[in-house]
Ligand binder design. Structure first.
Ligand SMILES: O=C[C@H](O)[C@H](O)COP(=O)(O)O
Ligand SMILES: C=C(OP(=O)(O)O)C(=O)O
Length: 454
């Protein structure tokens, strides 16, 4: 397990969902730049997250993982990063306080720039004519603008991903250790449009209770350091072989390979082939890793992936992120969980309630219903409760802004409202109000799950 397969050998296997770069020399130059770039994360931090995810797999903690579907270079601004972090902190407090469970906090950020697509092409009507161009594959690959030039894969973008991720992570680290994430700030995270909403007011009540508890602790002389900062980790789908391979290094402490572009990396639903290049690459890493499992995944697929990716059955090393869709989860998930559990495989189970619930609205927007998102999470909790296993966490696509991308929620956004502020470049995200609403609902589910565990 201590070597990294060569990039050539991975490409020889045939990696799915890779861009076709027209200029090999430019690609080689970008990869060389990345190979010489300092790590974005440290191996010891990855090990720390593995420990935390081991607690999730034992049923002692809950994972909150969230962020944009696709980060963009334009989105690397102080406001954007702070807003996203703020709603994640709010969600984490809701889950911890109302759900009474330790929460492992992981951002889907500082690296989430590459997207697998269903189709290689996109067709639009431009000036009355049908035009087909290569699909947008994330800012890591090509431009979102619908022009032939913009859609050409540009390897220099890989270097830009590195710098954008470094800037984001730097700011996040400053926020989480420099006072912004201090629990005494619990009220100040609840500002602007959210504060007046019903969920914002519910949050205010909870924040006041937390304030009282903090004052009590302070009065009795207890002032733990843990209240002043939070542990926060980064994650992304490790999709592009050139980037991920160049950011894989041998850790000087352990002589083991780590992907140093993010703490947690996952394999997507479209690239989890057992004999594929992604699985081959991931099996060498020592980071905590995830694999998406959609409705076509069989229990034997899950077992074979676990055997290959985590042969030592190390707790916390492997997370299965299921994304069946609200309609299919109650039928599809039990067979996976039953067999994996019966075989003694150590895994954290996490629910992605987004990717099985996407559809195109009558107004032409890619969207999701808030009720389907909640329905899938509820199905996830119900299945685990019935099997006596632990619903270990959620992975959500969300933003800290007031966007209009998912239908429903307390603000009752409908199909016609989507046009108002639809900003995602790929899949629809929960806005801040919807994210907080989801957190309160999941906290209730967690409380019910905990009561049943006794
Ligand atoms: O975010 C996930 C995928 O990249 C996305 O769902 C693919 O979307 P597409 O079906 O529009 O290509
Ligand atoms: C592409 C994604 O999901 P999936 O692989 O489950 O489709 C994603 O999470 O961005």
């Amino acid at each position: 397990m201590s070597s990294i397969p060569s990039l050539e050998s991975l490409h020889a296997i045939g990696a799915a969902q890779q861009p076709r770069y027209p200029d090999r020399a430019r690609l080689d130059a970008a990869v060389a730049r990345l190979r010489g770039a300092p790590p974005l994360v440290f191996a010891g931090e990855c090990d720390d997250l593995t420990e935390k995810l081991a607690a999730v797999s034992r049923g002692e903690a809950f994972l909150l993982q969230g962020g944009d579907c696709a980060e963009t270079f334009d989105g690397v601004t102080a406001d954007n990063v702070r807003n996203k972090l703020r709603v994640l902190l709010q969600m984490a407090v809701i889950l911890t306080y109302a759900g009474s469970v330790p929460v492992v906090k992981v951002g889907r950020l500082a690296g989430q720039y590459a997207k697998p697509r269903s189709s290689d092409d996109e067709t639009r009507v431009v000036d009355g004519e049908s035009v087909t161009l290569p699909a947008y594959r994330g800012d890591a690959v090509n431009g979102f603008d619908f022009t032939p030039e913009s859609r050409i894969p540009d390897p220099q973008r890989l270097v830009e991903v590195y710098h954008a991720s470094a800037a984001t992570l730097n700011l996040v680290r400053a926020f989480v250790t420099g006072g912004y994430a201090d629990l005494r700030q619990v009220h100040t995270w609840n500002t602007d449009f959210v504060k007046e909403s019903p969920v914002g007011q519910r949050y205010e009540v909870m924040a006041s209770e937390i304030d009282r508890a903090l004052s009590f602790m302070s009065a009795i002389g207890a002032d733990p350091e843990e209240l002043r900062r939070v542990d926060f980790h980064s994650s992304h789908e490790a999709l592009l072989m050139e980037y991920e391979h160049a950011m894989t290094r041998i850790d000087s402490r352990t002589q083991q390979p780590y992907n140093v572009s993010g703490h947690f990396v996952w394999i997507g639903e479209r690239t989890r082939q057992l004999d594929g290049a992604h699985v081959e690459y991931f099996r060498h890493l020592r980071n905590p890793i995830g694999v998406k499992l959609g409705p076509t995944a069989t229990a034997d697929d899950a077992l074979a992936l676990a055997a290959k990716l985590n042969p030592e059955n190390t707790p916390g090393r492997l997370t299965f992120i299921t994304r069946f869709g609200a309609e299919k989860i109650r039928d599809g998930l039990p067979r996976l969980v039953e067999k994996v559990t019966a075989e003694g495989v150590q895994v954290a189970w996490v629910c992605d309630p987004m990717h099985g619930n996407t559809f195109t609205s009558s107004t032409g927007y890619k969207t999701r219903r808030f009720d389907d998102v909640v329905g899938e999470v509820q199905g996830f909790f119900d299945v685990h409760r019935a099997l006596g296993t632990w619903p270990g966490g959620i992975l959500v696509e969300m933003t800290g802004d007031d966007v209009t991308e998912c239908i429903g929620g307390g603000e009752e956004l409908d199909e016609h409202g989507l046009a108002h502020r639809y900003e995602s470049v790929v899949d629809p995200r929960l806005n801040r109000v919807q994210s907080l609403e989801l957190a309160f609902l999941v906290a209730e589910m967690l409380r019910a799950a905990d009561t049943r565990r006794g």
